[in-house]
Design a protein around this ligand. Structure first.
Ligand SMILES: [Zn+2]
Length: 164
């Protein structure tokens, strides 16, 4: 079952061309709908038929490609625009996935736990490339403890401090 959550009201931003537009995810989804270069949207409470970010008159069952299966962020396409969606997805993953933290991808990283201890066996979440922006404009990326289902959104700035 899909439902709106607290996540939908978090402030997010486009990380495109240095533009820092902050808005709620719900507003962002509406804003993005008419863009020529679509951004990932929250694929919760969406209609999986005649729905497409890439054309104005979609028909038929819709498909998705996720940049975050964790938070259901991704692209949605009608049957006619699958190739365009794949290109857009590839371009997004290459240029915007994990924001400034991308260079930490594939490495074991050190993360400060809430108990004040450092753990050395974390990684950027392999299934969540979507970057959140907090109220101070800081990038947050989802991190995951290797081998277990423990995750935490960490400020990118702190990740670089912890891993320098
Ligand atoms: Zn389409």
């Amino acid at each position: 079952m899909s439902s709106t959550t607290e996540f939908d009201s978090m402030l997010v931003t486009h990380i495109v061309g240095g533009q820092q537009i902050q808005m709620s995810l719900a507003d962002k989804n509406r804003y993005i709908k008419n863009q020529t270069n679509p951004e990932p949207i929250r694929l919760v409470m969406v209609v999986w038929k005649d729905n497409c970010q890439f054309c104005s008159e979609p028909q038929g069952p819709s498909e998705a490609l996720y940049v975050s299966t964790h938070n259901h962020m991704g692209f949605i396409s009608c049957p006619n625009c699958l190739e365009k969606m794949q290109e857009t997805y590839n371009h997004w993953m290459e240029n915007f996935a994990y924001g400034d933290a991308k260079e930490l991808l594939g490495r074991k990283i050190r993360v400060l736990r809430s108990n004040g201890q450092f753990d050395d066996d974390w990684e950027l979440h392999p299934n969540d490339a979507y970057v959140l922006i907090d109220e101070d404009g800081q990038q947050l990326v989802n991190c995951k403890k290797t081998g277990v289902d423990v995750t935490k959104h960490c400020p990118v700035k702190l990740l670089f401090e912890w891993n320098s």
